[in-house]
Ligand binder design. Sequence first.
Ligand code: ZN
Length: 243
Amino acid sequence: MSNPKTALVISAHAADFVWRCGGAIALHQKLGYEVTVACLSFGERGESARLWKEGKSLDEVKAIRRKESENAAVALDVHDIQFLDLGDYPLDLGEEAQARVVDIIRAVQPRFMLSHSQYDPYNTDHMRTTEFVLTCRMIAQAWGHNPGEKVLGAPQLYLFEPHQTEQMGWKPDTFLDITEVWDKKRAAIECMEGQHHLWDFYTNVAENRGNHFRRNSGGQAGGRAAKYAEGFQSVFPRTVDEL
Ligand SMILES: [Zn+2]
């Protein structure tokens, strides 16, 4: 198939894409998109507390986290998942990482991209990832970068919902109804064995965003009966013919 519809998720740590946009991934796969997930790290040091408490080594933690993420990707029908192994807490987002991510963006040619909130004082890996993604997006658009390659258009960057939402300056302007793929998202969530404490938390988030969806799609009485949704904040304006 030529020119498939594509999307690219850039996740700081191995599990972020599951909690924050697993529904969007599964839904767009169902809509005929090819969704690629790039995990910058495994979250091996900062988001794997249970495995460290069990006495696992660094290599074991990384292997387990990788397997969990691969299983989650299967549950979500992800087209392709790539692990860049840049280390976490903190991520190494130097020039080499930048060149690799620009190459991925150009190869995928996403119609839209997904990444973290622009502010996250609890986890600077997340907010540094977003700044990094914007830089890589900009480089991928430059005709003078690796001339001869296909340059990137102007895909929207959607910021998915962070943890501790109210502290992040994150303000959703888009709600996506993920009810029809909720079972896939929950199955992906349950692949994250090391983070049991988040399973019901992110189910509650999806239910709350479902309420927002209903409220904004026609009010309490006439809204679409969305049971689960995800919220996103778009970085760039949308260009439209009608309002
Ligand atoms: Zn994370």
